[in-house]
Design a protein around this ligand. Structure first.
Ligand code: MYA
Length: 632
């Protein structure tokens, strides 16, 4: 089934007669102001440059200053505030909350909800003037890590409330909306939910059918919506609801456009279904929510009629790093359990950790955790430093973190053997809880395409700039010289800003592998753009591999940055981090090379074609096409 992702790119990419690219406008208008940073505006105001490391990667550029040194954005005061919160939250989850019981009873007890409210857990990032704790993204990450280590079900209840439920008010609300709603949401007196998904609209968020029309007196909208799988849906008092609204465009033609509404349960016509029975995150409530002829005051529109799709995307972009943070907590806890078991359990006369197979598992689990944690704090710090262009990195952190956590907890169960399979060990619940993380908040498949296509579009825009500049060379010497230099540096294999100057000497080999991977990646993107033009949008076998390569290279750069900091600052774990960084970069560079080879290989193209055929044969048959070996 074709996925309608990035229909917009279709409008933007045009293939010229000789397959050169022309791109009519930058796709991410919403964040354009951010990615034209002051640095770039000063001398390069003719072009759109991004502060995103990942985006620049698609041009084959390693923009070192976006990722080095590994950021630490907390002031002394912010560190003190955070330290004062960490212990009580940790204590609460180890001594008061019972995750097993919550899972079995499929509910978070009132006393736990009340205690969370007293700790300020429902308003972590809400400014203090509205009763919140006023934490920044990095502080938030540190606290949700603790939640993720102990009870992912509670994590979802808290996350659905503040990471997406009322985030629209926090990010885009008017002063009146903030004043009216945030104080009771921050204390947990009122609970919020995010209502985007519908029976016929999951990944294709732009296709929602819910509708709202302005009343004849212009005072309110009449909202009709049916939203499914809504986290907190059955318990929320306030909903951020997305619906199509007829809006006149600049030519006066009316078109349906997604609009975001703040809807109170108290408004007449809001009802919800029973809690869904799920595989995991059982204590969090998931329910269908219905809005029947609900009168929503016009003051409750977020960011104006028609701005809802961007509001939804930005809410999701803004919260995704939180998943990586929470899941790094989950991994830390599971790895501890695996280590405890491996260091005590004896088989064949030896502790099992003395066997190479267990050693490899533990080392890989630690590396996956190290990468996820490094990504979470790199993204949170960049957000705290004011970057608005972090959506690719945030999506990467969500994809990587959710797959890493699944892998780590699965391996923790494997190390614990039969014990791991027993409910009493607690890992079984965690594995069930984790499964949804690869599906919600943007499936990992959609997010891989999002990473690849957003990056490709950015790279395509730069080709277009060069193309335009070539038409007026005298006025664009700077741009042409720069483009030429970048091309030459790729060909001769020297990056403009050598990574070697930024990494610790012990990591030079890893840095060199990362630089080569980045350059190879840029060349591959360019050649795919030239080969496929706008048709690249439909080449999901290729986009998948390109997305994977981007994720791996981003992982390489964040661990290089973090391990460099550890070595430069003589952290007690510096040598251990150096080893992890070296192993990670060496293996990741092999994977990147394999992904990039496969996007260029005709043998692989043949395999992609064959797989597409196999799939359509299966769809046609409605079942497996091959018979049983016994013939019946
Ligand atoms: S909530 C439901 C989650 N649903 C999704 O995530 C939906 C996934 N789908 C999409 O994201 C979009 O539909 C995609 C694009 C990406 C597929 N940032 O034509 P287009 C702009 C900024 O490409 P489409 C849940 O699961 C774009 O530039 N802008 O769009 C709850 C263009 O703008 P312009 C973006 O092909 C789970 C315009 O939009 C972005 O239709 C509970 C149209 O673009 C973007 N990302 O689709 C979790 N994308 O026209 C609880 C597009 O100006 C939380 N655009 O050029 C847990 C938290 C963790 C724990 C915490 C513990 C405390």
């Amino acid at each position: 089934m074709p996925i309608s992702i990035n229909r917009n790119i279709l409008r933007l990419l045009r293939v010229g007669s000789n397959s050169t690219l022309a791109i009519t406008k930058p796709r991410h208008r919403f964040s354009a102001a951010a990615f034209v940073s002051a640095r770039h505006m000063s001398d390069d105001s003719h072009k759109m440059d991004s502060t995103s490391f990942a985006k620049n990667l698609f041009r084959g550029q390693v923009e070192v200053e976006h990722v080095f040194p590994f950021p630490n954005v907390l002031s002394e005061e912010q560190t003190e505030t955070l330290e004062a919160l960490v212990d009580p939250v940790e204590k609460f989850f180890t001594e008061v909350n019972d995750a097993t019981k919550n899972d079995e009873q499929c509910v978070i007890p009132d006393k736990i909800m009340n205690a969370l409210g007293e700790m300020g857990a429902f308003g972590l990032q809400v400014p203090q003037e509205f009763n919140g704790l006023g934490l920044n993204n990095t502080q938030y990450a540190r606290l949700v890590e603790i939640v993720g280590a102990h009870d992912l079900g509670i994590g979802i209840a808290l996350g659905a409330h503040q990471s997406i439920g009322f985030k629209g008010i926090l990010l885009f609300g008017t002063p009146e909306q903030k004043q009216k709603y945030l104080p009771t949401l921050a204390t947990g007196e009122k609970i919020a939910a995010f209502c985007l998904t519908e029976p016929s609209s999951g990944s294709d968020a732009g296709s929602i059918r819910s509708k709202a029309v302005l009343s004849p007196d212009g005072k309110h909208y009449i909202l009709n919506a049916n939203k499914i799988w809504i986290s907190n849906g059955g318990v929320a008092d306030l909903f951020t609801v997305f619906a199509q609204v007829p809006v006149k465009d600049k030519n006066g033609i009316e078109q349906n456009q997604v609009t975001a509404f703040i809807v109170e349960r108290a408004f007449t016509g809001v009802t919800s279904g029973p809690p869904e029975k799920k595989m995991g995150i059982n204590c969090s409530n998931t329910a269908e929510v219905f809005f029947d002829d609900v009168k929503v005051p016009v003051e409750n529109v977020i960011s104006g009629p028609g701005a809802g799709f961007k509001v939804a995307m930005n809410i999701l972009n803004n919260g995704r790093f939180g998943m990586a943070a929470a899941l790094s907590g989950t991994m830390r806890a599971a790895i501890k359990q695996a280590i405890e078991h491996a260091s005590q359990r004896e088989q064949f006369g030896q502790k099992i950790h003395e066997y190479g197979m267990i050693q490899e598992k533990l080392a890989r689990m630690a590396m996956l955790h190290y990468v996820t944690e490094s990504m979470a704090y790199m993204v949170s710090a960049n957000m705290d430093r004011g970057s608005k262009d972090f959506q690719i990195e945030a999506a990467i952190s969500k994809v990587f973190g959710s797959e890493a956590a699944w892998n780590v907890v699965d391996e923790a169960i494997q190390i614990c053997g039969g014990m791991g399979f027993m409910r009493s060990t607690g890992l079984e619940r965690v594995l069930r809880d984790l499964r949804i993380f690869r599906i919600f908040e943007g499936t990992n498949d959609i997010l891989r395409l999002f990473v690849a296509l957003t990056g490709i579009q950015y790279a395509g825009a730069s080709l277009k700039e060069v193309q335009t500049a070539l038409r007026h060379p005298a006025n664009n010497l700077g741009l042409l010289f720069e483009a030429g230099a970048k091309k030459i540096t790729r060909i001769v294999g020297i990056s403009q800003q050598s990574l070697a100057e930024h990494v610790h000497p012990e990591l030079l080999t890893a840095a060199s592998l990362t630089r080569i991977a980045a350059e190879d990646f840029g060349v591959s993107v360019e050649s795919l753009l030239i080969r496929y033009g706008k048709n690249i949008i439909g080449e999901q076998f290729l986009l998948h591999r390109l997305g994977n390569a981007a994720i791996d290279i981003y992982a390489m750069i964040v661990v290089l940055s973090r391990a460099t900091r550890a070595l430069n600052e003589n952290h007690p774990s510096a040598k251990y981090e150096e080893r992890m960084c070296n192993v990670w970069c060496s293996e990741a560079s092999d994977r990147v090379a394999a992904y990039l080879t496969s996007v260029r290989s005709s043998q692989q193209t043949g395999n992609f074609r064959r797989m597409a055929q196999i799939s359509s044969e299966l769809i046609k048959a409605g079942e497996l096409v091959h018979g049983h070996p016994l013939g019946f």
